[in-house]
Design a protein. Structure first.
Length: 332
């Protein structure tokens, strides 16, 4: 690195004018970086607020289609779908997860028919469908079993691809599920269906509002997911997880949560150089909204700054509940 001393080198020179600052900016946030997670309800003409996530609503498929008109107009390129499963459809074996006429599958078909240009990402995990709220099948001791869970995840992923998902996103953290899903997709002819692996998903306390939104908080009853999601103390382990998922056939990888784990995003991008995404999760969103409501932070400036931090850390794309608001701000 070349160094020069003051006053030959005045670092503030390039910050003196708006145009210069823009010209030498190392990273840029655009609407093309945004993926909007949405919660889908059964029924018609239904919307429900999520109390722990101010501004976020669960929507029935018909209202989701109406709202999607605006999101497409804003230039948001992709939606991530999360279904809200009624209690009577939850079971120990999570069979509703791969129901071809299930809620996620209905939403995928409807959105793809109406907006063929919109990329659709589907969550592949069993926690919305299990009566116990875990991301997999459990044995008599309550331990989440791996291989039997993978068999169900494969069926779920295939049902999503058949319904029109462009990207299936296994978020369960079972070992070997990426290879099994990739093989099944290939055998079924879905050679261009992408897999976004939640490869470094941590057993985080930041997920609470999300579990409220999808209705799994009551099912898990104070349990945890530490036997399959990652220990927040570890980052070397994350690189092993990510490398394994890429070897098994993942096209892109996810780090979750986002801002508390941007070091993992940076390491992934620097060391593995693969398409890397991050999720600004529900707890991050809720904290921001609480600060905005109390007048402690400047809402518009902080939304854009927080998302730009993901880009600076190396994220190619960001799942964020701020996507519509950020898209409007970027347009203005």
């Amino acid at each position: 690195m070349i160094h020069s001393s003051f006053p030959a080198r005045r670092m503030r020179r390039l910050r003196a004018q708006d145009a210069l600052r823009d010209m030498v900016a190392e990273h840029q946030l655009t609407v093309k970086d945004l993926i909007y997670p949405v919660f889908v309800l059964p029924g018609e003409r239904l919307r429900e607020a999520v109390p722990s996530m101010p501004g976020v609503e669960r929507l029935s498929v018909d209202l989701l289609l109406e709202q999607a008109e605006e999101w497409v107009d804003l230039g948001i390129p992709a939606l991530a779908l999360f279904p809200v499963t009624p209690m009577n459809l939850k079971s120990e074996c999570a069979s509703e997860a791969f129901n071809p006429n299930g809620l996620a599958q209905q939403a995928l078909r409807a959105l793809k028919s109406r907006f063929p240009q919109l990329m659709l990402m589907s969550d592949v995990a069993l926690d919305p469908f299990t009566s116990h709220g875990q991301d997999g099948l459990v044995d008599e001791s309550g331990y989440v079993v791996n291989d039997a869970t993978v068999d169900v995840l494969v069926r779920q992923a295939l049902s999503h691809a058949q319904a029109g998902a462009d990207i299936v996103a296994p978020s369960d953290m079972m070992d070997g599920r990426i290879g099994a899903i990739r093989n099944a997709l290939e055998e079924a002819g879905f050679v261009n269906t992408c897999i976004m692996a939640y490869a470094a998903k941590y057993a985080s306390a930041y997920y609470g509002p999300f579990r409220d939104a999808v209705g799994s908080a009551a099912n898990i009853k104070g349990g945890n997911k530490k036997t399959y999601q990652m220990d927040p103390a570890n980052s070397d382990e994350a690189l092993h997880e990510i490398a394994l998922d890429i070897q098994e056939g993942a096209d892109m990888v996810m780090v979750k949560p986002g801002m508390p784990y941007l070091d993992v995003v940076r390491r992934c991008k620097d060391e593995l150089r693969v398409p890397t995404f991050a999720y600004q999760v529900s707890g991050e969103y809720a904290m921001h909204q609480a600060a905005f409501a109390n007048g402690w932070l400047n809402e518009e400036a902080v939304i854009l700054e927080s998302l730009l931090a993901f880009k600076r850390a190396g994220a190619d794309g960001i799942l964020t509940y701020f996507a519509p608001q950020a898209a409007r701000l970027l347009k203005s």
